[in-house]
Write a protein that binds this ligand. Sequence first.
Ligand SMILES: Cc1cc2nc3c(=O)[nH]c(=O)nc-3n(C[C@H](O)[C@H](O)[C@H](O)COP(=O)(O)OP(=O)(O)OC[C@H]3O[C@@H](n4cnc5c(N)ncnc54)[C@H](O)[C@@H]3O)c2cc1C
Length: 478
Amino acid sequence: MAFLRLLVLVVFACLCQAALTAAQVLQKLQAELKPKLSVGASISFNDADANRWSWYAAPDPAVIVNVKSEIDVQLTVAFCSTFGIPFLAQNGGTGWSTTFKMNNNGVIINMAGLNQVTFNAEKTQATIGGGVSINSTIQAADAAGALVLTGNCNCVGTLGAYLGGGYGNLMGLKGMGVDQIISARLVTADGKIQTVTASDPDLFWAIRGAGPNMGIVTSAVVKSTPASAADRSAWTGALIFSPDKLEQIVQAIGNLHLKPEMNIFMYFISSGAPANTPVVLLTPYLYKGDAAAGKVAFASLYAIGPIQDATAVVPYTEWNTGADGFCTRGGRKPSFSAGFQTMEPSAWRQIWDKYVVFQKKPGAENSVVLLEAYSLDKARSIPSSSTSFPHRGVNFNAVAIPWYYDASYDTEAINFGKAARDLWRSNDGLTKDAVYINFANGDDELSVVYGDSLSRLRTIKKQVDPKDRFNQWFNIPV
Ligand SMILES: Cc1cc2nc3c(=O)[nH]c(=O)nc-3n(C[C@H](O)[C@H](O)[C@H](O)COP(=O)(O)OP(=O)(O)OC[C@H]3O[C@@H](n4cnc5c(N)ncnc54)[C@H](O)[C@@H]3O)c2cc1C
């Protein structure tokens, strides 16, 4: 009898492990999960591509569950865990990692329904839903008369960026996204929910840098600052240079002392249709600055002689507007990134030469190379050991984004992206290679992504997610 019972259990376990087909997953969820979800939640066949920033190696689920409440997230996670169905939270849908492996039989948990942003009376704390975009966060903060650190592109999920690190315009003043998190509502693989705070030091540390490996954050309480209209303005915009100035620009950025109010990005980018001439574009940023102060703060770059200057004082709600084109969804964008310490003109010239060859291909005009330089003193004043984000010591992050629609370009695109990454790494000035998880391709060693945090993350992961259900985003195997 005992033997029979054991046999039944083993057979049942095997059935649960066997991969279901897409149609079976949909049928099962419609029949068994949907009746338990809140009104307004829905389950549909995969049309995920339409909402992804990059179609290259995008997650390939069978089904999308559009949740409307925290309980919906719990129920969906518990259901998928029980039946061994792969799942993935989707927030802004801009994650470009090649680590998504759903093989057309998993579930995307579309978080867009968790779209609330609220503030406490003092405006010192904001509660941000797990599906809130950066645009919605900024709009809500502005309406409340507050400033919240976000990334610099409107389409990105606010917490999607935070959970991996979170770089943004206000980081010279406030630190990184991970430093803003006060508490987080976390659904774990068993479908249970908990509020994670500093009183749970391991998990609180782990979610702030490797959040997507531990659970799904349905909302987080983050730091906010009350801010007048004058406090919610910055001087920023585009400075365009001819490519012959590249070495001087690289040198000047490398030598620039960025004060907390400042940051600067450099792009290799198209001048726009119809010519699509490749140009070097800089976007300097000066919090609460004006044209005169901006020209002083970035004098070394003005001295090089931009051919176009479209900088202006802009309100908080428009800080990210210039990057809206970069948010365009769809197309293939296999992206490659590296962190490094110094700006090396000859490496950047070689990357430029490769960029112009790729960008000339029909349909690849919008390809981009991006460099980000932030003021890091505030982020470094916060102990590195306080969060699992491992790369506070890295000065610069850059990413090569070949952008096209024709899959026959894939090999050339990958070669271009890898060559750019190799050039950044060839003299990166680091003792070990480093990459920002939110920019990483997916082909780096985990030690490059998680740095010195890897070993402690493994230990915590074993406790929180022993069956490794959260395995799609730079998976930390248990
Ligand atoms: C156009 C563009 C601009 C960018 N600008 C910036 C920037 O200024 N600063 C910066 O730091 N980064 C930036 N990034 C990188 C960005 O941080 C990453 O792409 C990040 O992973 C995006 O999160 P998402 O929610 O938009 O994407 P998604 O693809 O939805 O999510 C990425 C990963 O995070 C997980 N995830 C998302 N939300 C949650 C949640 N609530 N709980 C648990 N897991 C979650 C997902 O499951 C997935 O594994 C940019 C990316 C793009 C494409």
